[in-house]
Design a protein around this ligand. Structure first.
Ligand code: KIV
Ligand code: ZN
Length: 513
């Protein structure tokens, strides 16, 4: 009888820890709803003690997203656990996930605690979590570098105290598949209670082995895989959800003992949604969801594909929900066509936001003959990611540019800050650079442009420009923002001002400045 693999999605927690991938509460909710459509079993929605924003996001997701278990992360401390519970308790299926490091290096250098003290903390934390919530997951952080016998002692203590899932992470992405598989097998040999709980794995991709390690662990008895959409996450990222799922589905003979309940047709829309909202682009040649994943360039391959798809294609693009064609919306296409595209792309939005998108699409169609699906999705991402009124400290007013092949580009940007018009001037190597300097000058050099990505959404010189930027504040915090416009310079200014707002709101909330 094949066993169900539990898919634990941590895009909104570990994935969101990717440098610069900060999402607003509303964006997190949109992604969580799409994860429910993808049919993941568990959504780790955030780390509630880490910030008020994270707490609000986990709470909102617990209130509004039905289907998956909603989980909140907590260090093995009462205060963290209580905060996680206060956020997840609104879900019909809440889970508290508590963790503490158990490797020698972490215990000694980070926690400065003895092995015995750590075990005491595990017992206390899991017992407390259990007193609040039936479903408790425990993680010995840096497990793959933890002495195996000690790790087993910690596991026994956690299970005895009420943990129902034990997660074994490769926190620093150091393990090799055979080695990691042996660790999981050893767990079942050494800890007799392990068969009464779910053994989970959580692998990072520092050496590019997160998926291989996760699939190997499955064969050794682990039944829950923690992963993220597009493999986003700290440093090199986490185990990629889509790769795990499509391995299990495509290699039926190899994984005949396992199945997942993921609706694979939602994989591509979910990948696009996460990429658009986080601003983290999917590399072209990324397995499963990259733009080239189903493109056949070489003549010999094309010939094979035309004769019989199976010659070079091991998966059907349709199975992951890849639509290929870029449906065109004309001036006269109705509201329903736009709504249908939003729906199939995972944008479940408020009526007011949908109206905004429709107006923008119509305006664009008036200027541009045809608007393609990708244009609509980019507009949707910018509307979904729009800051709420109270989060707009700086409003873009006007952008003026002087540039040419014999003129040093100069920009004048005016913004409105609390009702006052402020003007900044800047020069640069190009007009975008000049705009960036002008905006920086308005706020007295508080921010630095760190990353700039420009994507022409559809081909042609009349394409919508989609600009994603990352700015850094003086304390090294990174803020990412997106801007869409028919004009590259205006799209850049929109993105920069939005990033600036995010930095200012953060400063206000954290430092009360
Ligand atoms: O990588 C890790 O160890 C983690 C734990 C907190 C689960 O993210
Ligand atoms: Zn992790």
């Amino acid at each position: 009888m094949p066993k169900k693999v539990i898919i634990f999605d941590t895009t909104l927690r570990d994935g969101e820890q990717s440098p610069g991938a900060s999402l607003t509460v509303q964006e997190k909710l949109i992604i969580a709803k799409q994860l429910a459509r993808l049919n993941v079993d568990i959504i780790e929605a955030g780390f509630p003690i880490s910030s008020d924003g994270d707490f609000e996001a986990v709470k909102l997701i617990a209130q509004k997203v039905e289907g998956p278990v909603i989980c909140g992360l907590a260090r093995a401390m009462k205060e963290d656990i209580k905060r996680a519970w206060d956020a997840v308790k609104y879900s019909k299926k809440p889970r508290i996930h508590t963790f503490i490091a158990t490797s020698q290096i972490h215990m000694e250098k980070k926690l400065r605690k003895s092995k015995e003290e750590i075990i005491e903390m595990v017992i206390e934390a899991v017992r407390y979590a259990k007193s609040l919530c039936d479903d408790v997951e425990f993680t010995p952080e840096d497990a793959s570098r933890t002495d195996i016998d000690y790790m087993c002692d910690v596991m026994r203590a956690a299970i005895k105290s009420g943990a129902t899932t034990i997660n074994i992470p490769d926190t620093v992405g150091y393990a090799q598949p055979g080695e990691f598989g042996n660790r999981i097998r050893a767990v079942f040999e050494k800890v007799k209670e392990a068969k009464n709980v779910i053994i989970s794995i959580h692998c990072h991709d520092d050496l590019g082995l997160a998926v291989a390690n996760s699939l190997t662990a499955l064969k050794q008895g682990a039944l829950q895989i923690e992963c993220t959409v597009n493999g986003i996450g700290e440093r090199a990222g986490n185990c990629s959800l889509e790769e795990v799922i499509m391995n299990i589905k495509t290699r039926r003979n190899f994984f005949k003992d396992f199945y997942t309940e993921i609706d694979t047709k939602e994989i591509y829309p979910t990948s696009q949604l996460v990429s658009n909202l986080t601003g983290l682009m999917v590399q072209r040649n990324k397995a499963i969801v990259g733009q080239n994943a189903f493109a056949h360039e070489a003549g010999i391959h094309q010939h094979g594909i035309l004769s019989a798809k199976e010659t070079y294609e091991i998966m059907n693009p349709e199975d992951i929900g890849w639509r290929g064609t870029n449906l065109v919306i004309g001036k006269h296409s109705g509201k329903h066509a736009v709504e249908a595209i939003l729906k199939e792309s995972g944008y479940e939005l408020e009526d007011e936001q949908v109206e905004k998108i429709i107006t923008k699409v119509k305006n664009l169609a008036d200027k541009q003959k045809n608007v393609e699906r990708d244009d609509i999705i980019a507009i949707a991402a910018s509307v979904a990611g729009a800051l709420s009124k109270e989060d707009v400290i700086v409003e873009l007013d006007e952008v003026k540019i002087i540039t040419g092949n014999k003129t040093k580009p100069k920009a004048t940007v005016s913004v409105i800050i609390e009702g006052d018009k402020k003007i900044g001037k800047g020069e640069g190597v190009g007009p975008v650079d000049a705009v960036s300097h002008a905006i920086k000058n308005i706020v007295g050099g508080e921010i630095e442009l760190k990353e700039y990505n420009l994507k022409a959404i559809t081909g042609g010189t009349d394409a919508l420009a989609d600009v994603t930027i990352a700015i850094e504040d003086k304390k090294g915090n990174i803020f990412r923002a997106q801007g869409i416009n028919e004009d590259v310079i205006i799209a850049s200014a929109i993105a920069l001002v939005k990033g600036l707002n995010k930095a200012l709101i953060f400063k206000k909330k954290i430092h009360g400045e």
